[in-house]
Design a protein around this ligand. Sequence first.
Ligand code: NAD
Length: 275
Amino acid sequence: MKYNVIHRGDDISIQLMHSFHRLIGQYGLVHEEEHPDVVLSIGGDGTLLHAFHQYKEQLETIAFVGIHTGRLGFFADWKPDEVELLAELMGEAAQQNDLRVVKYPLVEIQITTAQGIETQLALNEFTLKGVDATLVAQLHINDELLETFRGDGICISTPAGSTAYNKSLGGAIVHPSLDAIQIAEIASINNRVFRTLGSPIILPKHHHCDMYPRANQNILLSLDHVYTQRNDILSIRSMVAAGKKVKFARFRPFPFWSRVREAFIGYEPLGENKS
Ligand code: NAD
């Protein structure tokens, strides 16, 4: 089994990377940057998002795992003092040729410009915002007009990303076993003149959402942590990516809902009367 490490660049992450190389070497794993089987991200969730985008052409063959060196991350769910355990479990998985993975759906977006169609993938979400004015965009679901949106922007997230930006927008947390995407509004304008649905909506796979921004608007587009400013977009189609998922290596059980509790609630044992 071949592995690579992507780190945040701070001293703690670099030290942990050196420890991991030393520990994992004992199990015969080979360090390989071009075509690894496992990518270990050391840093935060943002580091794992970087790793995902670096290797997004090889999602079929790569599984990701993350150690957090700051606060507990959602993707980066191993603690720095567990690096030895992680190396041991990864080493055993390699020796037994038994790498367990969970697969999470992704969002695919197709951006149409006068030049053609570009396809992109996101692990958490993509967002569309106005740069210097309110975003105005028509929103169609499965080729039928739903609304004309006016406001700060629109966020389209994956189930994995439902706990990220989407959660701050009042979107629902969606279990990643569901092949779905969620559309959440960012500060829509609602008054007697302008109206939007106002609720986040969840689309199953095979449904699609098209957004048609008003012509010549300056648009800020984000794909996870990557932001670009554009004024050439005619429309954007988003849907659950067909046949493409991200794989996370699971060397121990850590159910999604436990991760939700640990990330957002913490451990609060109930009192004796459980009130
Ligand atoms: P970052 O690494 O500082 O991430 C921002 C925060 O989002 C961190 O606390 C991180 O742990 C958390 N996060 C990222 N992915 C998560 C997930 N799937 N579930 C739960 N928490 C998650 O900043 P970055 O590197 O620029 O990361 C980009 C991400 O930041 C975006 O994908 C977006 O989801 C998130 N973001 C959130 C807000 C918001 O909540 N208002 C605004 C912008 C971006």
